[in-house]
Structures are given as C-alpha cells and as structure tokens.
Design a protein around this ligand. Sequence first.
Ligand code: FES
Length: 643
Amino acid sequence: MAEHLVEFDSEAKPVTVQTGTLLTEAARQAGIDLSQPCGGQGRCGRCAVKVIGGHVRQRSTLRLSPDDIAQGYALACQAVVEGNVAVHIPPQDTLDRHLTTDRTVAAVTIPAGYDPAKNQPLQRVTLQLTPPSLDDQTDDWSRLQTAIRQETGITDLQVSLPLLSKIGAVLREGEWQVTAVLDSLGNCPSCPARIIDLLPGHAPLDAPLWGAAIDIGTTTVTVWLVDLLSGQVQQQVAEYNRQIRRGEDVISRIIYAGKNNGYVEMRELVLATINDLLHRACQRAKADRYDILRTTITGNSIMMHLLLGIPAGSIRTSPFVTAVNQIPILSAREVGLEIHPEATVDCLPGIASYVGADISAGVLSSGMDDTEKISLFMDIGTNGETVLGSQDWLVTCACSAGPAFEGAGVQHGMRATRGAIEEVWINGDTYEPTYRVIGDGPPRGFCGSGLISILAEMFLTGILDKGGNLNTTIPTNRIRQGAHGWEYVVAWAGGENNGLSATKDIAITHVDVDNLIRAKAAIYAGFTVLADAVGLPLEAVEQVLIGGAFGKYINVEKAVEIGLLPDMPWENFHFLGNTSVLGAYHALLDQKLRDRIKDIASRMTYIELSADNSFFEAFTSALFLPHTDLDRFPSVGKALTVS
Ligand code: FES
C-alpha cells in the first residue's frame, strides 16, 4: 500500500502513513492529542483541522459549513489520507483541569453509630506461630491459616500468588512472629476473607489503614481518601475523566473503544486519571499510597466496563445487556491502581446497561430504600437515571437525555468551571440580560444550571414560544441570524456586562434550544413512565431527591418552568450532591451498608424504555415548554398569566 507524508504546523515531526489512514490517527502517531468529543463519529465538529497543502478524502463534512470546506477545513476523524498533506491544527479548547474546589468538596459526616472495630472489614492481627519441626512438617501456608483461624475465627482465606510466594520468607524473617492484614469482606467468620499483606514482626496496631472511595463519572472522577481507623474522609479530590477527549457521552466512548484497540486506550486514560487523583490525595494527607488497602468503586455500567477493559459493545445494541453487573472482588494489581498491589478493589453492583453502580450507591446514600415515603431519585446527567419507590419497592429507568445539560451539544456549552454563566435574568421590557458567572473573569459559555436558567427566562419573557421557537419579531439586536440560524446573544464579545467582558459573542441558538428541550423532555418522560408503570400519579411522590454534582446547583423554580422537574412544592426537592461517591464511602466503611447496596441492586426493577411505547408518547408530550398539558404545571401557568 502506498505511503504518504503528513506534516503538521506544530512542533510535531512529520509522519509517514499508509493510504486510507485517518488524520486523527496520523496526528496521534505524531504525538498530537486531538480532542474527539463525539468519539470520532463526525457529529460534533470539534476535531476540525485545516488542510493547507495536498488533499484528503472527506467521508463526512457534517458540521462544516460550505465556507469552512472552501477554506480547506476538514473533520480529522473523517478525513482519509490519500497523498502527501500539510495540516494546520487550530487552537483547541483545553480543559480547565482542576475543578473549582468549592464545587467538589462536600461536608461529610461519619455514618451514625459507626464503630471502626465492628463495621469496617479490614483488620491487622499479630500472630505468634509455632516453628515447624521434624515432628510437625505442616506447610507454611497451612500453618499461617491455622494461626489466623485461631486468632480471628476466619476459616476461608484467599491469597494471591505473589503473596503466597513470599509467605515462607516473611515467616522466617520474623522468626515466626508476623502481622497479617486481612479483609474479611463479609464480616462474618464463615465468609471468605482475603489476606492483603504479611509483615515480619509485630507491626503497631495503630499504623495507618487507608481506604479510597472512587466515583468514575462520565465527566468527572472523584476520589475520597478515608482514614479507616477513624472513618473520616481526609481528602476529596476530583478531576475531569481523561476519556472525555475520546467522547463526551457514554455511547461515543463505546464507539471509540470499539475501534483501533480503543479499549486499551480508554482503560489507560481512566486509570491515569484515578492514579493521579490517588497520588494527589495521598500527598495532601501525607499518606503513603501503599497504605491504601481497600477501595470501593462506583460509576455507570459503561465506565465500569471501560475501567476493567471489558468490551461494552453489547450495551448499545438490542437487547442492551452488559457483560457484567456484579463484578467479583479484584485486587489493585489486577485493576491497575497504584496503591498496595493486594488492596481489595470492590466494584459496586450495577442494575442494567444504563443504570449502574452509581445509582445503586446513590439510592443507598439518598436513604429512599429505607423510608415509607414515596420518593423519586434522579441523576440529571447524560443518562438521566431515575428511580421511583420506597422501602418496599423500587423501579428504575434511564432516559438517555444526552449531554446537553452537561454543556455538550450546545454551541457555547461548558462544564461548571470558571467562566461559566450559571444564572441568567432577562428584562421583560428591554430583553436585556444580566447574568452571574462562576469565579472571576469574563463569561466563556453556559454550564447546565445556566442553560436551564436561560431557557426559562427566554420562555417567560416571550423570546421563546411554547414550541421552543424564537420570536424574531421582538425589537432587539440580541435576536439575530447567526452561523447556525436564529440565536439570542447573552454576552457580546468585548462588551461590558456585569462589569465583565466576553472574548466572543455568547449566544443560544435555536439548535441549542431544540437539544435542551429534547433533553428535558426525556428526563420528564422518564419519571412519568415510571409512575405510570406502578399506577401512581406523579402527585403521589412525597419527595424528589436529586443526586449528581450538577443537581446541587439547579434553580428549582426555573427547572419547573421549563418542565424539567415536576411542579410540586419546593420543600419537596432535596439536593444531595454526589450521592454516588457518598454511597461508595459508606460501602467502604461498613460491610452492612455494602450489603444493602447489593440488596438495592438486586431488588430494583428495571424498565427498558426503548421497548416501551408509552415513553415515546410521554416524550412527545413533553417536547414543549413546559409541557403540552399545562395543567401539569399550575405554577408555571400562573407565572405566564402574570407576566
Ligand atoms: S466530529 Fe470528529 S471527533 Fe467529533
């Protein structure tokens, strides 16, 4: 096959590739990390590069305007090399790596009645063994097991090969006095336990015992470093999941992972994120990462599969099944975590393809499985997982809301970091907006709460009608024709607003409005279908529990105004923050709580919406602001009459 030279206008060296190689692959070989938020499907347009010499064959030019194409722009994920080419890489949006601290650190209290000696499954025991003799030729491993059984009552002990191979040396080095670190997992004498470490001599029993609760979000990975002797969370750190550059939503990631050995790359990316966070947390706590002996991990089903390098293709095709929902106990060595290699890695159980361990852990920390109150638990994110129920029953579904409320698929969408517009108010007479921006500095885009806010304000001031159409007859220069059709400009480039100036015009386009309405309609339809499935009116719901870091900042009034949340008294809404990592923390500390998560996962009834006609009907009815049936939103009806 013919070979061609690809040159980049950066410091990267030219590379030689074969005919048919994608520009993204050529860039990768040259050491250039091109962002591919849609997983290389040609949908997002964010991998656009400019071909300044030679020619490429473009499989798809969706997302490029005729003008872009005339100027030589091509989507790198869709452009195939067929001759020598020179490529200009425009500056890419770089991620603001460190998340705003006050948005990620939660106040955490130790579970009531927590007693580390009784609840947490790690224990350090000192042992005095009788040395072997010609009269007692018992093997070293059996001798150690007997000593452990006599000291702790544990009868079934698992050991890894690397640890087994060093037991003889440790016993002799310690002259038959040793300290064993055990993880009793089930916290009962007959449950299988793991031996995590064996040290010569008698180690101090108050030596540190660290644990880590890890939540792998599609967008953000969170790690809590926990002192298992006290139960206290000592450090909380969070970082964007580095897989984002290979797809912003889970489907894009599965697609990317299925190509070019992508599973290896995806696994490496998330492991690099987690390991960096573990290093950072240990550094801050002055802890040795090899003293982390136990971890619990949550995340949606796709994130769990990608962490372990398990193919996830079956999740996105009918009948939508995972490879595994209940992952067996693993060691840090097997998973690739840079902590004590024998540390227990407990991946919490998921329920189905699109309702994962983050939801079973979230339900535990919300407490909805332990109350008579009928509760609606929801995670407003890409998958839009929703759970309805009480202590007696639980039903769940995921409504594929898409990543619009996380800022993806919206022209000026961004995550909730510095520069994000998080709240907007529009003057109903002048149509002039004011807004609040996270942190200092000029506005750069809208985060989820800003998008909810702008949609509600545009609707209430008549800029948008019930169907989400822009009223182009309103006399304001903020409503204009942009590159993608009609739009409303919130911040002018260079213009002063709120004492801050934007570097570019920040607008909401009619395409953005469509995407947001579809996302909110999917979420609302999800909980109406759940309520219908159990024959309950939505009014029967006594509390709405909202999980996910994003949920914490939603303005309830505005979310109800656009029909994202059901219309009910505000005091019924409770924002819980990151319920997933909180559930992982509880499972880390207390085996009984861990067992409760397993119970939640096994008794939750999953409703697959793609096979449910009523979902499509509910979704179509919700594709309006706030809904086709205004009687469902009496408070919004009242606000519209007043305004
Ligand atoms: S269009 Fe190429 S990565 Fe999305």
